[in-house]
Ligand binder design. Structure first.
Ligand SMILES: Nc1ncnc2c1ncn2[C@@H]1O[C@H](COP(=O)(O)OP(=O)(O)OP(=O)(O)O)[C@@H](O)[C@H]1O
Ligand SMILES: [Mg+2]
Length: 387
């Protein structure tokens, strides 16, 4: 499908599909689209995230959005675009996983007439079509290695070379990448270029799974109830208390998209105005075991991998990483960090001293002696970073 500005209000493909090309809408039309009609951010975790997004948006930095399926990566990318100075420029969205390796180069960078069999005329790629705007590259981890090198060049040089062209064309595009796989693991496995990873890692937005921001579940449910209720003509529809409890107890593997679909479906099957638990057909209506949520499981997995590698001073490595990540999360506010970690501020400051995390301190200068340099955070703080 050719990128085009001719029909700015059109969502080209159904939102539940995973098409290569999602839209090229004129920014104001976003308010008309279901996807971006509202952003619900009620849980404290989400509010924190919204603040981070609002800080990043005007900076023009390359952004990486990381999150499980259905957590709102594309919606957040659109929001970043809408809050940026590029808001009046185009927003393009391309799913890197949905294009074959042979197609993707000409899709991204365009081609000249006769560049390959079937290239009957020259064509702009997504970069040129998104000029002065934002290009959202979904599932960036699936970009073939050869293309990763070319993308890196575009990000560095700010110019594209069409397939079959001899000269480069300058482009002014902000790139937002998204992934639901761990790019660091992909780098270690040689599937993703480290230099491109660092380029994308200028500003990282980590979207938390819905089960870990329970304060969003009911506000989102009510938001979708209103949205689909209005559309379907069920304006009085409400959740019963039992249905609310069921939604809160469920662990939402498909995240916000699953919740959206569940509400839509319940509205269609519910005989009256009050949605009951049985209207939802949630596949696993049980609370996740408190001792093993998905995030605890992935933490355990990460620690297990570290155990297998047995680096020196493993415990210190983990503790320093926990401290630094929590400090980053709390924007280096020590009182909030101590509260988050449920330790006293004194203990926090003592441990920060050991790992050289106190402002103006170096590792080990606070009585820690031989402590290893604290490992750098894998996700650079978004604050004040620009391309
Ligand atoms: N904060 C939010 N408020 C309201 N609706 C939201 C929010 N986040 C996501 N949604 C809705 O949830 C659905 C899924 O969002 P989106 O497509 O952005 O997720 P995604 O992470 O890109 O999913 P995938 O990984 O499957 O591509 C969309 O319909 C979107 O409008
Ligand atoms: Mg998406």
């Amino acid at each position: 499908m050719e990128p085009s500005h001719s029909d700015p209000s059109t969502e080209l493909l159904d939102k539940d599909q995973h098409p290569p090309v999602l839209s090229f809408s004129e920014p104001r039309s976003l308010t008309l689209s279901v996807r971006a009609s509202a952003l619900v951010f009620e849980d404290p975790v989400s509010r924190q995230l919204l603040k981070q997004i609002e800080r990043i948006a005007p900076s023009d930095a390359t952004v990486l959005i990381v999150g499980e399926t259905g957590t709102g990566k594309e919606l957040v990318a659109r929001h970043i675009h809408a809050l940026s100075a590029r808001r009046n420029g185009p927003f393009g969205a391309l799913n890197c996983a949905a294009l074959t390796e042979s197609l993707i180069e000409s899709e991204l960078f365009g081609h000249e007439k006769g560049a390959f069999t079937g290239a009957l005329s020259s064509k702009d790629g997504w970069f040129e079509s998104a000029n002065n705007g934002t290009l959202f590259l979904d599932e960036i981890g699936d970009l073939p290695l050869g293309l990763q090198a070319k993308l890196l060049r575009v990000l560095q040089e700010r110019e594209v070379v069409k397939v079959g062209a001899r000269r480069a064309t300058p482009v002014n595009v902000r790139v937002i990448g998204a992934t639901n796989v761990n790019l660091e693991e992909a780098v270690e496995a040689g599937r993703f270029r480290a230099d491109l990873y660092y380029r994308f890692n200028v500003a990282t937005v980590q979207l938390v799974p819905l089960r870990d921001r329970p304060g969003d579940i009911l506000p989102l449910a009510r938001h979708f109830l209103k949205l689909y209720g209005d559309r379907l003509g069920y304006k009085e529809a409400k959740l019963t208390t039992e249905a609310e409890q069921a939604l809160l107890a469920y662990n939402w593997p498909g995240n916000i998209r699953e919740l959206e679909n569940a509400i839509h479906r319940a509205l269609l099957v519910c005989p009256g105005d009050h949605l009951r638990p049985e209207d939802f057909k949630l596949t696993g209506l049980r609370p996740p075991a408190p001792s093993m949520t998905a995030s605890t499981a992935s933490l355990e997995h990460a620690v297990r991998q570290l155990c297998e590698r047995a680096p020196p001073r493993l415990f210190e490595l983990i503790e320093a990483t926990v401290l630094r990540t929590a400090l980053d999360f709390c924007e280096h506010n020590q009182v909030q960090t101590a509260r988050l970690l449920a330790i006293s501020r004194n203990v926090l400051r003592h441990r920060m001293g050991l790992y050289g995390l106190l402002p103006g301190h170096r590792p080990g200068t606070n009585g820690g002696g031989n402590h290893p340099s604290a490992p750098r955070s894998s996700h650079a703080s978004a604050q004040g970073c620009c391309d």
